[in-house]
Design a protein around this ligand. Structure first.
Ligand code: NAP
Length: 271
């Protein structure tokens, strides 16, 4: 696989679909692939974001879909089945300040639907599509087909007091690992990204416009570089930044009741 190839008319451009590609890390990854010469499609639910992408990046194809609605999601997937693709990134996600504000029913439904249920629906469809393509030898430029999902470092810790966000991302990590094993015989790669804080607008919005106090926060550009490197090196579970990885690895070695106590006292603060 070579993500640095420049694609021309003779050298047919591969196609990437970024689900949750209308803002934040998903849009940054979509833009990066566009710069590399890929054909890019993004999916999101916000009409204002879609219109802004249509005017700013007319080369990107946009699809409006509310992923919390499984019927709407299925009809989008049926539509997308008409075209082949070589990479899909699932970057859609929902998060709140769950520890500061009590998780209400609306946020709970949304988080479960986007972080877990729609993810499973999309990965199930995408893996079937890629398998079918691999059998029809629809391989472009020797590029290994790939499925990528954006989980979170929060999902790498195993403790009973975890939030719904952490639990849904943990389930995403486990699901991606199962898909990786299942798709290996088809030569389809699956990578899961478990990053720490990324300085996106969504994270800033949750923190009164400034997320710079978040530990080891990284820029979106740094996150894109790390994610592309993980895809290039076919890393099963990419955990970064390194500082956060060391901390979570250390915490995972503590006895569960101690870990639970530490996280409970650390997380239940209004900051
Ligand atoms: N930022 C961080 O610190 C951080 C750290 C670790 C992991 N992550 C993960 O990275 C991913 C992206 O986060 P981000 O910070 O870039 O946030 P973001 O800008 O809010 O991106 C979320 C994406 O999901 C889409 N989405 C949300 N609800 C949707 C719905 N109902 N239907 C269709 N699409 C929907 C959004 O599109 P619309 O608004 O158009 O619907 C948007 O494109 C998330 O999965 C998040 O959990 C983020």
């Amino acid at each position: 696989m070579n993500t640095l190839v420049e694609y021309t008319a003779e050298n047919h451009a591969p196609h990437i679909i970024v689900v949750g590609g209308t803002s934040g890390i998903g849009l940054a990854l979509a833009h990066h692939h566009l710069q590399l010469g890929w054909q890019v499609s993004v999916v999101g639910s916000n009409e204002v974001k879609i219109e802004s992408i249509n005017s700013q990046y007319p080369a990107i194809s946009t699809y409006t879909c509310d992923l919390t609605d499984s019927v709407q999601t299925q009809s989008l997937l049926d539509k997308l089945s008409a075209m082949s693709f070589q990479r899909l990134i699932y970057s859609a996600g929902s998060y709140t300040n769950e520890r500061v504000h009590h998780l209400n029913q609306v946020d709970s439904d949304k988080m479960l639907a986007i972080n877990l249920q729609a993810f499973e629906q999309v990965f199930r469809w995408a893996s079937a599509q890629l398998k079918q393509q691999s059998q029809s030898l629809d391989i472009i430029n020797n590029l290994k087909p790939s499925l990528i999902c954006i989980a979170s470092i929060a999902g790498t810790m195993d403790y009973p007091y975890a939030s719904l966000y952490a639990k849904s991302k943990r389930a995403m990590i486990a699901t991606a690992s199962a898909y990786r094993a299942a798709l290996a015989p088809y030569d389809i790669q699956v990578n899961c990204i478990a990053s720490g804080y990324i300085d996106t607008q969504a994270l800033r919005d949750l923190n009164d416009g400034d997320a710079s106090h978040k530990p080891f926060i990284m820029s979106t550009q740094t996150a894109v570089a790390k994610i592309m490197q993980a895809i290039e090196n076919d890393v099963e579970l990419a955990i970064f930044p390194r500082s956060m990885r060391y901390i979570t690895q250390t915490l995972n070695h503590l006895p569960k009741p101690l870990l639970n106590w530490i996280l409970r006292s650390k997380l239940d603060k209004p900051s």
